[in-house]
Design a protein around this ligand. Structure first.
Ligand SMILES: [Zn+2]
Length: 410
């Protein structure tokens, strides 16, 4: 008992020593603000309040915490001039405008600009550093929410005497095009994925595939690859023919799901293999049954860029009909929409739309992944068509077109 007391005392003593060292090492609050080439001195602090992360990001190491507070207080308007000029005398380009229209941000200057850009995570931010520049905005940027929901804030500052920093913070993630066009910098967001909270009440496919939906949930992966698929020399895609071997899948109208999914998947793989852009991996080439975790393992192990799983639906009622496409992670939504657009045209069946569900193969795979339900095997008319080779070819062509379009645009 006594020993434990000494141990705790020693621990507390050490902890307090460490804490006081940290407090003493903390620099006195000083934020350098440069405006029109002159150093400005912050006067009355709490004009604007922003969090510490934003300040450090905009003012580099010059920001510091208010004693015991969780926010920084800096003044943007109430500033005093001090007699200190920047030492480097190079003609600087003036940043005269910041314009945001929907998912595009333009930085305007009065001369040729040079800029660097990079991203930061949690939350996802795009940072643009305009070199040898100074802020000379005519009016402050007002964030326009019209036509976009992804941009949360746009912050900007004279980061250092020679660098103007613009930080675009997103609620979610995106890739982007970055262009310097003479006196303008253009940042155009693409492949936008709003941050979606995982729902615990996701609908499972009620008419089939319930086994695949019964596995407990994990958080979807919201980090997306930054190398655009369009610029990749080779896009690796995993084609997953549903069921197989000892697992026939749904049965109806004397047909087995596993045969139809294999037929369509083989034709799709053939299309993809004819396109030099793709490297194709199939989870099964014949009538075998890889377990679901094995299919996921193949896709993740191969570090595939895309995943597609082909299934056929079923229901107790023979009148149930239509085509649907499933996705689970936020980054798979555009992929699902693009594939579905072509698929629905090809089947001509009624549109059961693009839906979100946590089927294991699209939930645990780390790349954009979709699961298509071509039609209902229990519906006599749809079953008959799906058994037809020509129909299968048409569906495979459509899936290929959807995949190719997604690759070209992302
Ligand atoms: Zn199935």
């Amino acid at each position: 008992m006594k020993q434990a007391f000494y141990r705790i005392s020693l621990l507390l003593f050490l902890l307090m020593g460490m804490l006081s060292a940290v407090v003493q090492a903390a620099p006195a609050p000083s934020i350098q603000l440069w405006m029109n080439g002159e150093r400005m001195k912050p006067k009355i602090p709490p004009q604007i309040q922003v969090n510490g992360q934003a300040v450090t990001e905009l003012f580099g190491q010059n920001g510091s915490w208010d004693k015991g507070k969780t926010t920084y207080s800096i003044s943007s308007k109430a500033v005093n001039k001090v007699d200190e000029k920047p030492k480097v005398v190079i003609e600087k380009v003036k940043i005269t405008g910041l314009v945001q229209k929907e998912e595009m941000i333009e930085i305007e200057a009065n001369g040729e600009v040079q800029a660097k850009h990079f991203t930061m995570n949690n939350p996802f931010r795009i940072v643009v550093d305009v070199q040898n520049a100074e802020l000379a905005l005519q009016s402050p940027l007002q964030l326009d929410k019209e036509g976009q929901v992804i941009i949360k804030t746009i912050r900007y500052s004279q980061f250092s005497p020679n660098i103007v920093r613009i930080v675009i913070e997103l609620q979610g993630s995106a890739t982007y095009d970055f262009k310097v066009e003479g006196e303008k910098v253009v940042v155009k967001l693409k492949d936008v994925h709003e941050l979606e909270l995982p729902s615990s009440q996701l609908p499972a496919n009620q008419e089939g595939e319930s086994l695949e939906a019964e596995i407990p949930t994990i958080q979807p992966d919201t980090i997306i690859p930054l190398i655009p698929l369009a610029t990749k020399e080779l896009v690796k895609i995993v084609v997953d023919a549903g069921h197989g071997g000892t697992d026939p899948g749904a049965i109806g109208n004397r047909l087995r799901e596993k045969d139809l999914t294999l037929g369509i998947s083989q034709k799709l793989a053939e299309n993809l293999r004819a396109d030099p852009k793709f490297d194709v991996v199939m989870t099964r080439e014949g009538d075998t049954f890889p377990e679901l975790p094995e299919r996921v393992k193949i896709a993740n192990g191969e570090k595939a860029d895309l995943f597609i799983s082909v299934h056929i639906n079923s229901a107790t009622s023979s009148s149930a009909k239509g085509t649907e496409t499933y996705y689970y992670t936020a980054k798979s939504k555009t992929y699902a929409n693009t594939v579905h657009k072509y698929l629905i045209q090809a089947t001509g069946f009624s549109d059961r739309k693009v839906k979100k569900a946590r089927f294991q193969v699209i939930r645990d795979t780390k790349m954009p992944a979709v699961l298509v339900e071509i039609g209902f095997i229990t519906n006599p008319s749809e079953a008959k068509q799906m058994a037809d080779e020509e129909f299968q070819k048409r569906v495979a062509d459509a899936l290929y077109k959807g995949i190719r379009e997604f690759v070209d645009q992302n």
